[in-house]
Design a protein around this ligand. Sequence first.
Ligand code: ADP
Ligand code: TRP
Length: 321
Amino acid sequence: MRILSGIQPTGMPHIGNYFGMMKPSIELQDQGEAFYFIADYHSMTSLYDAQSRREYTQQVAIDFLACGLDPKKAVLFKQSDVPEHVELSWILSTVCPMGLLERCTSYKDKIAKGLSANHGLFAYPVLMAADILIYDADSVPVGRDQKQHVEVTRDLAGKFNQTYGETFRMPEPRFREGAGTVPGLDGQKMSKSYNNTVEIFGEEKPTRKRLMSIVMDSRTPDEPKPDAEENRAIQLIKLLADEATYREEVEKLKAGGYGYGDLKKRLFELYWEYFREARERRSELMNNLDYVDTVLAEGAEKARSIAREVNQRARKACGLE
Ligand code: ADP
Ligand code: TRP
């Protein structure tokens, strides 16, 4: 089985990225041939600072490795080191009906959030389809918000195959059980573009402050909270704690006499503990950046040899060769 996923270098990776994409990807590295890339071409649709792009690209690689990506098992690379993605994206765009892109909600959401309506942002699902199809991927571990993009990918693979003959393998999205969309500090989807994130490796003080700033309702500590499961802090605790701890926190809120301040302190403790080991690995990696560069360079070479082959298959199918 071939597994593939990507993450954009548009900010520091956050716990939404971790539970939605990084953790499932790391778990899958034992189950097949895994390819994970840093989507720097994609990041150009919303980030316009060259130095930030370089830094975030390196940070995403470091965080992924710190969280347990093993470069002996999974191929980690930077998207733009494999420029064949862009050629395939053009090829696919010629079989992509406008309506398919017009229906994509993530484009509309991003425009509503104030991102500029450029062509790259609109055409982004086509590049994503190329990213996936160029590795003959079977399985794509992503957060729920990417479901529609994987559907576009399947549509485009079908359209191309229908037009030029069987060329691409049909990928399946893979969502992590129970981890729909991780809510951000403001209750919306946690996202680097919405300034509502909890970084995986945030510094202690600022992260505590951020978690303490989660806005709650105005009920007093004494009041029982029968809707405890809806609470934002509780939803994060569900991801960070074992089942028994989670239940305990829910019951305390339901019973009353447990204030939001104490709840948020508990949330911070659980978060800090959850990433403790990874944090140690990360500080070693930060002192060994040459190693990180080598992982990416070797990854690019492995990825490129497959991408070249599949891209050539597509070129032949449509008569470019
Ligand atoms: P962001 O929205 O923060 O810019 P990306 O678009 O780079 O994140 O997403 C990288 C991966 O992380 C994708 O697979 C995406 O589905 C997942 N992801 C991002 N935010 C969340 C979230 N809040 N909950 C679950 N998964 C998420
Ligand atoms: N669009 C994805 C996101 O914003 C990132 C991405 C780009 C991706 N290409 C991909 C994910 C291919 C999976 C497969 O999160």
